[in-house]
Write a protein that binds this ligand. Sequence first.
Ligand code: PMP
Length: 415
Amino acid sequence: MFSATKIREDFPILRRTVHDRPLVYLDNAATTQKPRQVIESLVRYYETNNANIHRGIHTLSVEATEQYEAVRGKVALLIGAPSNDSIVFTRNTTESINLVARSWGDANLSEGDEIVLSLMEHHSNIVPWQLLARRTGARLRYIEVTADGHLDLDMARQLIGPRTKLVSLVHMSNVLGTINPIGEIAGMAHAAGARFLVDAAQSAPHLPIDVTGLGADFLAFSAHKMLGPTGVGVLWAADGLLSEMEPFLGGGEMISLVRQDESTWADLPHKFEAGTPNIADVIGFGAALDYLAGLGMPAVREHERNITAYALDRLGALPGLNIHGPSDVDQRGGAVSFSLEGIHPHDISTILDSRGIAIRAGHHCAQLLMRALDVPATSRASFYIYNTEDEVDALVEAVEAVQRVFNGVSHRTAV
Ligand code: PMP
């Protein structure tokens, strides 16, 4: 039985106070907190297993290699990948996307080709393609976002065509919470003969995912947004794609034979993991995946759906507060962005922090979306498995306090 209150006991940081108030951590879309199981696995690794992997034949190295490689299997299980070899460990979602832009993009795009993105993309799913476009002469096209925070699918149908070589889209928006119709877009991309990359940075932590059913060719996400340590990302690629691609980084571990002028590459997925990887944090990620598997991703989603519904209800009832993004909780996740009439998000966030509440204020690495919404920035509360309705109540009370402070100030100023 899923219980956020029980889950909280596993997260040491949730016992701390901030400005003498209990911490209310609502910045989970930026990064999540770590359960003691993950923290202990890092300590255990360094205290009992630390060694470099894939190199030694001594016991520590063999054990560390087994533990590291076992996590690949856990990732495969999480996303329904048919093979462990299709899973590459990177540093984060950003590096996974850059890997595709370099290794697949440089070989497959040229002048006149088009890359279709959307206006709700995180900068990490925009800038690598801008760099690729600059290198190859390809052109970027953007699907717009409707007033209620969805992709404009008519526009997607118009933009995705014979010139499209790649469609790259976020699965769940880190600002609007929108869950995009990935299957439908995959159909459009493949009908046009294009490849389809899914930025799953916000969806892999929150939704059950099955890559085979999703229709993606590439999927990218980060461990730190799903209870794992920072410094670990995942790139999954559909059958055959990785073997066609040239390496992204060269060095140790990724070669088979090195000669003076050229080298041959190691088998997949090692061809894409040059140098000593982030061994400890990958193993820590394994503990995070065990934790999530113990809860079950459908239960994780269900909790998030419930708490988001409660938050939308309570925040939506505040006068002068505008929530950006879909109102239907079946079409969105738990990143809830809002604006308060006449009050800058930084002021909101500062006052909330003085009450121990951590939210995010700013452009959320989505400047194109901020421009489309015609706001300089938004405030964003985002939820995860350990958040409770009491915390949503604390958020709502604090937002009301912000309104009281600012209404008082503007009243005095007017006088
Ligand atoms: N895409 C989305 C939708 C995100 O929310 C984020 C992180 N905020 C990223 C990509 C980038 O993730 P990372 O910083 O871990 O590379």
